[in-house]
Design a protein around this ligand. Structure first.
Ligand code: 5HY
Length: 244
């Protein structure tokens, strides 16, 4: 069986539930989803500072997941915070939802657009496109210009803005697919795909299927080279929990 730890790096319980629902909706019958978020940290991740804080929480959860013997880990925030650090710490695969959605988009379209939340986080998506080598695949990036947690406020306003930006992207970008740029948008992909007639891709579900595939192929994070376990040294203070 496959046990996947899905980590919402922010501390929003509502968004963790949204993410868990999207993961469970696509999980194979033999796959168990363990949805978690850090007990402390940022309620939402909306910039470089928040990402640095969230990365520590991701690493704490990855360590717990490794000790629990999970089959793989998903970082369910569109900035993929702490991804490579998590891969050093993990024995099993670690997949970020941005990289998962981008990879899937390249399998169904020559170019994709991204729709995310705040304009100031567009640079984070741009950095990831560069890091993952997908810059030439991304036609355009859009932001709904609303804070991340409006996706969980029940008003439907954020969801309305996501739909509007997806329609704009479909009409103007010349791209064949749309990547949703937030874990909190995970429950919107299927309906938008059907309504708009263009693949709208959520990274949470994409990452679940990627971890299942890696598990089935017996592939895990390589410990040969730079993703080997971290060099052992006495970590002090709040980081002591990482020792041993
Ligand atoms: O960067 C974003 O807009 C979305 C990102 N922030 C967050 O708290 N979860 C996310 O997926």
């Amino acid at each position: 069986d496959c046990v996947i730890q899905v980590i919402n790096p922010n501390t929003s319980q509502a968004m963790t539930a949204t993410i868990a629902g999207a993961a469970r909706a696509v999980a194979a019958p033999g796959t168990k989803i363990l949805a978690v978020c850090p007990p402390e940290g940022a309620p939402s991740i909306e910039g470089h500072f928040d990402e640095a804080i969230a990365a520590i929480g991701v690493l704490q959860q990855v360590k717990l997941g490794r000790e629990a013997g999970v089959s793989g880990h998903i970082i369910a925030c569109f900035g993929d915070p702490g991804l490579l650090a998590a891969r050093e710490l993990a024995s099993r695969p670690v997949v970020g939802i941005a990289e998962a959605a981008m990879h899937m988009a390249t399998l169904v379209a020559t170019r994709f657009s991204i729709v995310t939340t705040l304009p100031r986080t567009l640079i984070i998506a741009r950095h990831l496109l560069h890091q993952y080598g997908f810059e030439r695949h991304c036609a355009a990036l859009h932001a709904i210009d609303l804070p991340v947690l409006t996706l969980e406020d029940g008003s439907g306003l954020a969801q309305k803005k996501v739909r509007e930006q997806c329609i704009k992207a479909k009409q103007h970008d010349g791209s064949g697919a749309i990547v949703l740029g937030c874990g909190g948008m995970a429950d919107l992909a299927r309906e938008l795909t059907q309504e708009l007639g263009i693949p709208v891709i959520d990274g949470v579900s994409a990452a679940v299927k990627m971890i299942e595939s890696l598990h089935a192929l017996g592939l895990s994070t390589s410990k040969h080279g730079d993703l080997d376990f971290p060099l052992v040294k006495p970590l002090s203070g709040m980081f002591g929990s990482f020792n041993g």
